[in-house]
Design a protein around this ligand. Structure first.
Ligand code: NAD
Ligand code: TYD
Length: 360
């Protein structure tokens, strides 16, 4: 039975990945979820897997080399899938330090622990061991020419403290591959959306605010473009890269779902109106009139867009879910999980919202 260490498994993509993997492999794999449970980590996301005998949760910081080393000593780990990170650009602009700590030093700690466990005395690595570093397309910077796309060969040009910290972590993984022949892959994915996404990001924030009749904040002119990927497609891509990708390679994941932010918000409003029953009092609250243009994000990247040619050719992955279908599924999920939203927006979330949006 293959053993996976998944870091950040209580977050948005990590928890979707754990669900995806148990659905696909059921009892053929074991997953150890290592998460510090920051504001973004929520064990409620994993309620339906927590009783499985082949699932273990370990509360630990990826920067804590002792705790991470112990996990590798006590388990014969075959795969590491490293999601744990601080992930929100706006927070990185306000408080960059924790981004460098978790994203850069945390990745170094994970690399060192896996290297110590997997390296043979002659410097080669044990058969079948693999580390997958989950990264972002934001490391490539911003596209200005509409005909350009991000390829794996696009030079790194990060602008925000978040993307700079992710770029640094990618370079560490590349350095371990080049220097030690450490068995790893990097995936650089575009913006994800779907179940369990924390409502600090554009899509769940818009859904939640619209249902409460609250302002829908649009930064700048609303014409910044992101390339949106349904989270399950991302999880599938990560699994396929591990199964079929060439070691030491980087794969971009995403493509074909570029939308301007203002368009995203209009699609959400229209879909909410279609999906809500006439008898539902929230229907009267959802309206274009809630849209509010606010001061732009500092250093706001204009456009991200992935060319998924390499991953399609080498591992057969392509983005399966069209945005209009994925957003409908996502909205239905939020309807069915109102309690989840109520829990994550209680407590500290109110303070975060005040700090980020009042007087903006
Ligand atoms: P998230 O913020 O929802 O979750 C991050 C998880 O990491 C949380 O469970 C949190 O508790 C945990 N964590 C944070 N600091 C930790 C630490 N020091 N030690 C252990 N655990 C810690 O993030 P996400 O959106 O699920 O993103 C996951 C990964 O995917 C990140 O590496 C991110 O850079 C990358 N990524 C995200 C997107 C996206 O659109 N969300 C796109 C491409 C790549
Ligand atoms: P976000 O979901 O934070 O992801 P990222 O910054 O990683 O791309 O933001 C997506 C886009 O939406 C980005 O261009 C910023 C914009 N945005 C708003 O206009 N209003 C908001 O309230 C938020 C959170 C984001």
């Amino acid at each position: 039975m293959r053993t996976y260490v998944v870091t950040g498994g209580a977050g948005f993509i990590g928890s979707n990945y754990i669900h995806y993997m148990f659905n696909k492999y059921n009892d053929e794999i074991r997953i150890i979820n290592v998460d510090k449970l920051t504001y973004a980590g929520n064990l409620e996301n994993l309620k339906d897997v927590e009783k499985r005998e082949n699932y273990t949760f370990v509360k630990a910081d990826v920067c804590d080399s002792e705790a991470i080393g112990k996990i590798f000593e006590e388990n014969d780990v075959d795969r590491v899938v490293h999601f744990a990170a601080e992930s929100h650009v706006d927070r990185s602009i306000k408080n960059p330090d924790v981004f460098v700590k978790t994203n850069v030093l945390g990745t170094l700690t994970m690399l060192n622990a896996a290297k110590a466990a997997w390296e043979n005395p002659d410097g080669t690595f044990k058969e079948g061991k693999k580390f997958l570093h989950v990264s972002t397309d934001e490391v490539y910077g911003s596209l200005s020419n509409p005909e350009d796309f991000f390829y794996e060969t696009t030079p790194y040009d990060p602008h925000s403290p978040y993307s700079a910290s992710k770029a640094s972590s990618d370079f560490l993984v590349k350095a371990y591959m080049d220097t030690y022949k450490f068995p790893a892959n990097i995936t650089n994915c575009s913006n994800n959306y779907g179940p369990y996404q924390f409502p600090e990001k554009l899509i769940p924030l818009t859904i939640n605010n619209a249902l409460h009749g609250k302002d829908l904040p649009i930064y700048g002119d609303g014409k910044n473009i992101r390339d949106w990927l349904y989270v399950e497609d991302h999880c599938k891509g990560i699994d396929l890269v591990q199964e079929k990708g060439r070691l030491f390679e980087t794969y971009n994941i995403g493509g074909h779902n570029e939308r301007e932010n203002i368009r995203i918000v209009h699609i959400i409003i229209d879909t909410l109106k279609e999906e809500l029953d006439d008898s539902d009092p929230r229907k009267a609250l959802v309206s274009d009139k809630l849209i509010k243009y606010v001061t732009d994000r500092k250093g706001h990247d204009r456009r991200y867009a992935i060319a998924p040619d390499k991953i399609r050719k080498e591992v057969g992955w392509y983005p399966e879910t069209k945005f209009e279908d994925g957003i409908r599924k996502t909205i239905r999920w939020y309807f069915d999980h109102q309690e989840w939203m109520d829990h994550v927006t209680s407590g500290n979330y109110q303070k975060y919202y005040e700090d980020m949006y009042s007087n903006r």
